[in-house]
Design a protein around this ligand. Structure first.
Ligand SMILES: *Cc1c(COP(=O)(O)O)cnc(C)c1O
Length: 396
C-alpha cells in the first residue's frame, strides 16, 4: 500500500515528519502495518491509547453506544457526559468540569477561565506565567503559553500577557510574580521538554505565591493525567499541594478525541452561561470511551500493578545505563511517563528501535519518551529492554 504514503503526501498538508510506516490495526500493545509487520508500541499514539488496541471492554461499550447516539450538542443533556463528569469529580479534588476535544482546546478554556477570574478582581489582572520549555499546544494562545520560541517562530504576534519562568528556579518565579498575575500554568512533569519533573519545593513555593497574589495555580495534565504517572492525576503525587484547576486530554478517552478542564468548587461560577462553549464538547461516544477506561483504571489494584511494572522497567533501564554509561545519560519520570536521555540524537536511536520493531517517540533533542499503553505486561517491557540493549551493543 505504497499508495497510502503517496496519497498522504499528495493530499494532506505537509506539517508532520512521519516515520515510514502505515499502521492498519492493533491488538493489545502490538501494532500491525499494512504489510503485516508487528511492532511493540511504547508510545501509545503520544500517551493516548492507555488501554492499547482492540480492548474488548472498550469495544463492547462503544458498540452499545454507537447505534444509540453520537452527537446532540450542548443545547441538550446527554447521558455519557453527565456520568463521566460524575466519575471525574468524585475521584479528584475538583467540583466542576468543562468538556472539549483536545489538549490545546482544554488549555484555551483554562486560559479564558483564568482571565475571567483575574478580571473579576482587577482589570489589570490578566497576565499568565508559564515555564520555559513548556508545551501547551499549537493554537495561537496555547502556543503563546508554550515557553519555546522554536514553535512560535513565524506565527507572531503571539497573544499578549504571557511571561516564562525557569522550571525549578524559585527565585526566578518569585521575581515574575505580582498583582497582575491571573494564573501560573505548569506541567507537573514537563513532557515535550524531555520528561522533566518539577520538584516539590518549587511547586510548594508556586502554591504560596499564587495564594499571596490571588492567582490561580493551573496544572496542564494533558500528558501526565489519567493514570499515566501511576495515579489518576499527577497532582496526587505532590499532595498536600493542590492546583486550582487542571487541563486534561490525550489519554482520557482511550484513543477517541476529548479534552477537559476541571476547577475547584471556589471557582465554579467564574464562567457563566454563554461565556464558553464547544460544539463537540461532551460528545457521547468519547465520553463512553472515557467512562469505560476510568472504570478499568479505578479497579482495585490497577495502579499498584502499573507502578510495579514501571519500577521493573526503570530498574532494567538503570542496568542498561550502568552497562552503557557513555550512551545513556539519565533516566527520568514516573509510572509510564519515562524519559531516557542519550548522548546521541533521539531520532537516531528511535530509527534503530523502529528498525527492530519497537515504536518510541522523542521528547526534546536527546531524550526518548517511553509512554506505553498502561496495560503493558512485564514480558512485553522486557522485549523493549532487550531490543534497546541489542541496539546499544551494535552502535557503541
Ligand atoms: C500534547 C499536549 C498538549 C496539546 O494537546 P493537543 O491535543 O495536541 O492539542 C498540551 N499540553 C501538553 C502538556 C501536552 O503534552
Amino acid at each position: 500500500m505504497d499508495d497510502i504514503k503517496d496519497l498522504t503526501k499528495k493530499y494532506i498538508l505537509n506539517t508532520y515528519n512521519r516515520f515510514d510506516l502505515v499502521f492498519e490495526k492493533g491488538d493489545g500493545v502490538w501494532l500491525f502495518t499494512d504489510k503485516e509487520e508487528k511492532f511493540l508500541d511504547m508510545a501509545s499514539g503520544i500517551a493516548v491509547s492507555a488501554l492499547g488496541y482492540n480492548n474488548k471492554r472498550l469495544i463492547n461499550s462503544l458498540s452499545a453506544q454507537l447505534p444509540k447516539l453520537l452527537h446532540t450538542s450542548n443545547y441538550f443533556y446527554n447521558i455519557p457526559s453527565a456520568k463521566l463528569a460524575e466519575k471525574l469529580i468524585e475521584n479528584t479534588t475538583f467540583s466542576k468540569v468543562f468538556f472539549c476535544n483536545s489538549g490545546a482546546e482544554a488549555n484555551e478554556g483554562a486560559i479564558k477561565f483564568a482571565r475571567k477570574y483575574g478580571h473579576s478582581i482587577s482589570e489589570k489582572k490578566y497576565n499568565i506565567i508559564t515555564l520555559k520549555d513548556s508545551f501547551h499546544g499549537r493554537t495561537i494562545t496555547a502556543l503563546s503559553a508554550t515557553g519555546q520560541t522554536k514553535y512560535q517562530k513565524g506565527f507572531e504576534p503571539m497573544t499578549p500577557g504571557f511571561d516564562y519562568a525557569t522550571p525549578n528556579d524559585i527565585k526566578d518565579l518569585e521575581d515574575k510574580f505580582n498583582d497582575t498575575i491571573a494564573a501560573l500554568i505548569v506541567e507537573p512533569i514537563q513532557g515535550e521538554a524531555g520528561v522533566i519533573p518539577l520538584n516539590k519545593d518549587f511547586l510548594k513555593r508556586a502554591r504560596e505565591l499564587c495564594d499571596k497574589y490571588n492567582s490561580l495555580l493551573i496544572y496542564d495534565e494533558v500528558q501526565t493525567g489519567v493514570g499515566r504517572t501511576g495515579k489518576l492525576f499527577a497532582y496526587q503525587h505532590f499532595l498536600p499541594i493542590e492546583p486550582d484547576a487542571i487541563t486534561v486530554a490525550k489519554g482520557l478517552a482511550a484513543g477517541l478525541p476529548i479534552g477537559c478542564f476541571m476547577v475547584k468548587d471556589k471557582y465554579k461560577n467564574v464562567l457563566v452561561p454563554g461565556e464558553h462553549a464547544s460544539t463537540f464538547g461532551g460528545n457521547p461516544l468519547s465520553a463512553t470511551a472515557a467512562l469505560t477506561e476510568l472504570d478499568i483504571m479505578l479497579t482495585e489494584g490497577f495502579f499498584e500493578q502499573l507502578l510495579e511494572k514501571s519500577q521493573f522497567f526503570i530498574e532494567e533501564l538503570s542496568k542498561l545505563k550502568e552497562k552503557f554509561p557513555k550512551m545513556i545519560l539519565d533516566i527520568r519520570g514516573i509510572g509510564f511517563l519515562i524519559g531516557v536521555e542519550f548522548s546521541k540524537p533521539a531520532r537516531e536511536i528511535i530509527s534503530h528501535l523502529i528498525n527492530n520493531n519497537v515504536i518510541a517517540i522523542p521528547a526534546g533533542d536527546n531524550t526518548i519518551r517511553f509512554i506505553p499503553p498502561l496495560v503493558i505486561k512485564g514480558a512485553e517491557l522486557k522485549i523493549a529492554i532487550n531490543t534497546l540493549e541489542k541496539i546499544l551493543q551494535e552502535i557503541t
